[in-house]
Design a protein around this ligand. Structure first.
Ligand SMILES: O=C(O)COP(=O)(O)O
Ligand SMILES: [Mg+2]
Length: 219
């Protein structure tokens, strides 16, 4: 399996391109503090990220002992804090810049496909100098359903005019694998991301890689 077998790649953001736990930590814990609730740990955040902001905020409220009725207020505080700190406590993973350049050099068209709200995602790609690598960026609120539903992958393939079997999904979690299987896209995972506390090898991807620039070495 080499990159040349593909026309396009759909690349996840949190845990794949950028280590964003520090941003989540800052935004969530400032929001909890605004609500008079205790902080949650980075370990909790790391195993909870990946299914979009609504899921993360609901789980965080429960973890901090807050009532579910606080959700709307928590979301408003979270949005405010996240937009203010986006990218300040996060870092592009080693091999990402090289990997994106290699994929583009091999002729692949690239889409960033994340469960993060699209406004946060675009702001982060810009802040990290990654935005120009992608033809499109779609977030968890871009379509009716988010990963692990296959819909966002199907929509991204449609936007590119690319056939799913020739469109590689690159992610870090079982949500990416499940969505890719449903859309009939091949899928590779990076080993270093956030797979709900489980090793990436257990998620059933076609391959697991150490760095994004290892992608041409697969198979
Ligand atoms: O849940 C999130 O916001 C993270 O989303 P991602 O891993 O799909 O980028
Ligand atoms: Mg991810």
């Amino acid at each position: 399996m080499t990159a040349l077998r593909y026309d396009a790649a759909l690349i996840d953001l949190d845990g794949t391109l950028v280590d964003t736990v520090g941003d989540f930590d800052a935004a969530l814990n400032r929001s909890l503090s605004d609500l008079g609730l205790p902080a949650v740990s980075r370990a909790f955040i790391e195993r909870t990220v990946g299914q979009g902001s609504e899921h993360l905020i609901r789980q965080t409220l429960a973890q901090a002992g807050g009532d579910a009725s606080l959700y709307e207020r928590a979301w408003t505080h979270y949005q405010h804090h996240y937009l203010a700190i986006n990218g300040l406590h996060s870092a592009v993973y080693p091999g990402v810049v090289e990997g994106l350049a290699r994929l583009r050099h091999a002729g692949l068209r690239l889409v960033c496909l994340t469960n993060k709200p699209v406004t946060f995602a675009r702001q982060l790609l810009e802040a990290k100098g990654l935005a120009d690598s992608f033809e499109h960026c779609f977030g968890g609120d871009s379509f009716e359903r988010k990963k692990p539903d296959p819909l966002p992958l199907r929509k991204a393939c449609e936007a590119l005019g690319s056939a799913p079997p020739r469109t590689l999904m690159v992610g870090d979690s079982r949500n990416d694998v499940q969505a890719a299987r449903g859309a009939e896209c091949p899928v590779v995972l990076v080993r270093y991301g956030y797979n709900h506390g489980e090793p990436a090898e257990t998620a059933g991807a076609d391959a697991v890689i150490d760095r994004l620039d290892d992608i041409s070495l697969i198979g």
